[in-house]
Design a protein around this ligand. Structure first.
Ligand code: PEP
Ligand code: MG
Length: 844
């Protein structure tokens, strides 16, 4: 139901959580000057665009960055996430609806990765506006500036009297037409659409733009968006009326000018991005090679085994709407629970893919479409198929490679629900050892169900290099090629194959010499990895016996299991904010205790350094909106947030202190700039400790992430139990380079001598008071940096779990004297690049 006020006004509600501001604050004149229409801006702190009112999705950009909703006849509302986000080409956006879907206020429409957008776009302020309309005007509701939550009223659309003078000009004269190839790098997206409209309204002629069979009124930005016109597309401008000739000229000139978005002229006018990666010719060469597209690198040798998955047969007719709906609801609930369980125990790529599947499963549009099919007599399975397939096809039909790859996820959901309904759940996919799997396509859940001990790689006929299957394969370390085409079927079952994913090539039936070389290479790589892994469980000592602890950084319980399996001797940094990121409310005390306890248990008694919440800066938490700051990296972040929200700080400390056995957990304070901050935290720790009756002292350490902390390390070490250098932040603050700014990404290197000198200063300060110094920032996972860090006096390295075996093996090969001399030389280098050259020579 449309949310109407008296007089037929329609109330628009905040589609996202964040900070409301005027459109004028958006750093893009198209929005700031109201060229597209009136409305408000929202600087988001959440990750989802929700429907601001009931309506129909009029357009959803293939890149997922903007959505238009028809709220009522003549009232179309545009939500454009950020500025210039079209250039991200879909990265960071997951559309949850499709054009034509009916939505209710509050329905999720687009999910976005705010971190990625913040790094990749000039601004994330999101205009929410009424697209220029003759029939409605915008009347603001609520404060003009300040925090907004999803659903807060932001403005009303007030009906206007239609103006007779704005009626279209009567038809006069011939149709004037011009065709041109679109030179715009990102096609016709919101900004060019607004500019075209701006030009079109200066003429009385009726002007249309046509691409293929689609035609759009040049005065309607929404219609222009729905053309889906991309770089290189042939578009036709047509006009009739008194000034048709001049109008067509003006628009053609505007488009030909590139509007500041012209594609690189060196680049051939791009063909529309194919729905799969540009496939190599699918032909097996005379020497038995078939080319593909690398989805996951690596080298594997094995035998061809084909995966055949027949379509699951279903009875299309239902036995009664009520019963079929109940069956579907039950299957949806079951799969929802399974996905939830799978997500909880997954980490990294697998976790985010499962989360995406959960979001798709909850899609109201899909559920409504299925319900409609059931009401029309379909069985639950047939209804689900009927609902999901057009959506998957619509994604493919966008012609956008990234969206087309998401269609696989929809097919996966189709299969999982249908299998549940029919009771023929796919058996675990078992293959003999050394299988290179060949398939027409592979769905994410099928890949997750493979036994990685037997399947050494896979090749698929379809797919794309950025599909979820490709991402999963990379996270599993499984070499994979996609888009290999129909020639894949020509490979005889059981053939010997060399899958060289690094070279994007599959060798069929290699000769003895090629095979022997490949075996030698695979064996060499495996031996190196196995040796490191085999020794990974032992405590880490340098060649001369000095003890260096190699810990892992964790963000979840699943990470803890991986860390232990890789020989981590403990956790040097638990990023607690990651445990509770995707939530609308702060975690309760009980939830926190349970999570920390589970991680402590998974570590089997090994030391667990729990970092207090490090929200703010580049890590927003939806449940703790931090007002927009001019300089967030220099603002309310790290422990400063804890002081601003004392209850949150105290609850977290209480949850950590409740973990058994007492002493396994140590507390680490992020973003310390002065000793007072440590004292304030210590006070809370001591108070809660007394309250819980804990007699033992609790180890409280500080992160060295600010130059202030590094140069006063001796003062901090007097009272801190340990110091751990967060090189990610220390580097950004020492070099005055924002760690999230791509413009300086090439230069922000922790091996800069300035950063190394601060680490040296930290080690000296800590040693003066007999405290240890660790490194938990990215430098600890950099094999070139490890000898320097050890030489500077670092005795604990907390790295990415997967790298622990190699780091341990490296440390075991190092002599302290050599590391000290090497570190001293590094401190004298003029730049990070020089340090890297030195470090490479040292390792050679
Ligand atoms: C660091 O800054 O190096 C660090 C480990 O903390 P984070 O990357 O979580 O900010
Ligand atoms: Mg940090």
């Amino acid at each position: 139901m449309i949310d109407e006020q008296a007089g037929g006004s329609i109330v628009l509600h905040a589609p996202m959580q964040g900070w409301r501001c005027a459109l004028a604050e958006i750093p893009d004149p198209v929005f700031a000057q109201g060229m597209l229409g009136a409305g408000v801006g929202i600087d988001p702190t959440g990750d989802t665009v929700h429907a601001p009112c009931d309506g129909t999705i009029r357009a959803l950009q293939p890149t997922g960055h903007a959505v238009t909703i028809a709220a009522a006849e003549g009232a179309e509302v545009l939500i454009h996430v950020g500025v210039d986000t079209v250039a991200l080409e879909g990265r960071g956006f997951t559309p949850l609806v499709a054009a034509g879907d009916r939505v209710r206020r509050g329905d999720p429409l687009i999910r976005f990765d705010l971190d990625l957008l913040v790094q990749g776009a000039p601004s994330v302020i999101t205009p929410v506006l009424l697209l220029d309309s003759d029939r409605y005007a915008v009347s603001p509701l609520g404060e003009a500036e300040g925090p907004v939550a999803v659903g807060d009223p932001i403005f009303a659309l007030v009906p206007q009297q239609a103006s007779a003078s704005e009626a279209p000009a009567p038809y006069e004269g011939e149709v004037v037409a011009r065709e041109l190839q679109l030179p715009l790098a990102h096609g016709i997206h919101a900004r060019p659409a607004a500019r075209i409209r701006e030009t079109a309204v200066r003429f009385s002629a009726e002007i249309s733009m046509i691409k293929g069979e689609r035609s759009a009124n040049a005065r309607s930005p929404v219609a222009l968006l729905t053309l889906g016109a991309r770089l290189g597309d042939l578009v036709r401008i047509e006009a009739h009326g008194a000034d048709a000739e001049t109008a067509v000229d003006a628009i053609a000139t505007l488009i030909a000018s590139g509007m500041g978005e012209a594609a690189d002229p060196q680049q051939a006018p791009a063909a529309p991005q194919p729905a799969v990666a540009p496939a190599p010719a699918s032909v097996i060469s005379s020497d038995g090679r078939l080319a593909g597209v690398t989805a996951s690198p690596g080298l594997a040798i094995g035998h061809a085994r084909t995966l055949h998955l027949a379509e699951i047969e279903i009875d299309p007719a239902g036995v009664g709407a009520e019963e079929e709906q109940a069956r579907l609801d039950q299957a949806l609930r079951t799969l929802g629970r399974r996905l939830e369980g799978e997500t909880a125990t997954a980490s990294g790529a697998r976790r985010s893919i499962l989360a995406a599947h959960r979001a798709m499963l909850e899609d109201e549009g899909l559920r409504e479409a299925a319900a409609a099919a059931i009401a029309a007599g379909a069985s639950a399975g047939q209804a689900w198929r009927t609902a999901i397939r057009p959506q998957a096809e619509a994604l493919r039909a966008t012609g956008d490679a990234h969206l087309a790859e998401r269609a696989d996820d929809m097919r996966d959901l189709e299969r999982r629900i249908v299998s549940l309904l029919v009771g023929v759940e796919d058996a675990p996919i078992a293959f003999p050892p050394d299988t290179i799997l060949l398939a027409e396509d592979l769905l994410p859940s099928q890949l997750m169900a493979l036994d990685p001990a037997n399947v050494v790689g896979f090749c698929v006929e379809k797919g794309g290099p950025t599909s979820h299957v490709a991402i999963l394969a990379a996270s599993m370390g499984l070499p994979a090629l996609v888009a290999m085409g129909p020639a894949l079927h020509e490979i005889a079952e059981g053939s010997m194959l060399i899958l060289d994913a690094d070279a994007a090539s599959l060798q069929i039936g290699p000769d003895a010499e090629t095979l022997a070389k490949a075996h030698a290479l695979v064996a060499e790589r495996r031996a190196r990895r196995l040796e490191a892994q085999a020794n990974a469980a032992a405590p880490c000592h340098m060649a001369g016996g000095e003890r260096i602890e190699v810990f892992a950084n964790l963000g979840s319980r699943a990470d803890a299991e991986v860390a232990v399996a890789n020989g981590a001797e403990g956790c040097g940094l638990l990023r607690t904010e990651f445990l509770f990121l995707e939530r609308e409310t702060a975690p309760s005390l009980a939830e926190q205790t349970a999570e920390y306890q589970a991680i402590a248990d998974a570590l089997g008694g090994r030391s667990l350094i729990v970092r207090l919440l490090d929200i703010g800066g580049d890590k927003p938490a939806p449940y703790l909106p931090i007002p927009a700051e001019e300089n967030p990296a220099l603002g309310l972040r790290g422990i400063r947030v804890g002081f601003a929200h004392p209850q949150l700080l105290e609850d977290q400390i209480r949850a950590i202190l409740r973990v058994q056995p007492i002493g396994q957990c140590r507390i680490m304070v992020p973003m310390i700039a002065s000793i007072d901050e440590l004292r304030r935290v210590r006070e809370v720790v001591d108070r809660v400790r007394a309250e819980l009756g804990i007699a033992e002292p609790v180890s409280v350490g500080v992160m060295i992430e600010t130059p202030a902390a590094a140069v006063t390390a001796d003062l901090l070490a007097r009272e801190a139990d340990f110091l751990s250098v967060g090189t990610n932040d220390l580097t950004q603050y020492a070099l005055a380079m924002d760690r999230g700014n791509p413009a300086v990404a090439g230069a922000i290197d922790g091996l800069h001598p300035a950063v190394l000198r601060m680490i040296a200063e930290t080690c000296r300060g800590a040693a003066r008071h007999d405290r240890w110094t660790g490194v938990c920032g990215g430098l600890a996972s950099d094999l070139l940096a490890v000898p320097i860090l050890v030489g500077l006096g670092v005795t604990e390295l907390s790295a990415t779990a997967a790298l622990v075996p190699e780091i341990k093996a490296l440390v075991a090969s190092l002599s302290m004297d050599a590391c000290r001399a090497h570190a001293a030389a590094a401190l004298q280098c003029g730049s990070a690049a020089e340090v890297r050259i030195l470090a490479r020579e040292f390792r050679a």
